[in-house]
Write a protein that binds this ligand. Structure first.
Ligand SMILES: N[C@@H](CCC(=O)N[C@@H](CS)C(=O)NCC(=O)O)C(=O)O
Length: 218
């Protein structure tokens, strides 16, 4: 099975970490030969030209949430989307919070401070990034600070779920950005996220990304 994209995308990293937790083997393939030059096979799988896209033989799919839903149905064990109604609802809620609220705010920083200068060779808009970091992001994190578990715990029930993977993935981008951490305001959240990003399903991806960004910035 092929996953098209780069692990620098929080959506791609979410699927890669999910697959690693499940023991599912995915081949990660770039979306094309260079930014703005998508391959035919990627376009065939991604109608909106966004990453990640996915291929399993003749079957193609786009969108990280759709890809995970497919994989969860195809490989049910161990379950990472709970069956119990409240737990399932909460899991989808956290994935949605990550994919919309958290990621759209983070993208304003990541695009303008990393993607534009390092991948597209143009200056980002620092004002947009600064407003996202100092005015929008603290409020987005305030809610998460109220719901994260005790150290060693998980967001939904007693086991790891897609909720933990989805919420933690964008924080790897904040690590790359070197965002300040207000530990007085969000200390519990950062402890929780660090414990999830330290898992073997995330850690090697984040290390590879750090090395790539260091090479590009040199
Ligand atoms: N809802 C989609 C979002 C995918 C998405 O926005 N991917 C970004 C990268 S983080 C992308 O491909 N952007 C390129 C573009 O918008 O052209 C998912 O969950 O997969």
């Amino acid at each position: 099975m092929i996953l098209y994209g780069s692990s620098l995308s929080p959506f791609v990293r979410k699927v890669l970490a999910y697959a690693a937790e499940k023991g599912i083997e995915l081949e990660l393939k770039p979306t094309g030969s260079a930014p703005g030059q998508p391959s035919e096979e990627f376009l065939d799988a991604s109608p909106l030209r966004k990453m990640p896209a996915f291929r399993d033989g003749d079957f193609t799919l786009a969108d990280s949430t759709a890809i995970i839903a497919y994989l969860e149905a195809r490989f049910p064990e161990p379950p990472l989307i709970p069956a119990e109604p409240e737990a399932r609802g909460r899991t989808v809620w956290f994935e949605e919070y990550a994919d919309t609220v958290l990621t759209s705010c983070g993208a304003k920083m990541f695009y303008n401070r990393i993607v534009a200068p390092l991948f597209l060779g143009k200056a980002g808009d620092e004002e947009i990034a600064r407003t996202a970091e100092t005015e929008e992001m603290p409020l987005v994190l305030d809610y998460l600070e109220t719901v994260v578990p005790e150290p060693g715990g998980f967001l939904v029930g007693g086991d790891l779920t897609v909720a933990d993977i989805a919420i933690s993935s964008p924080f790897a981008n904040f690590v790359h950005l070197g965002c300040d951490r207000d530990r007085a305001r969000h200390g519990r959240l950062f402890d929780y996220v660090d414990s999830i990003l330290a898992r073997p399903s995330f850690k090697p991806w984040v290390e590879r990304e750090t090395a790539l960004l260091a090479r590009l910035a040199a």
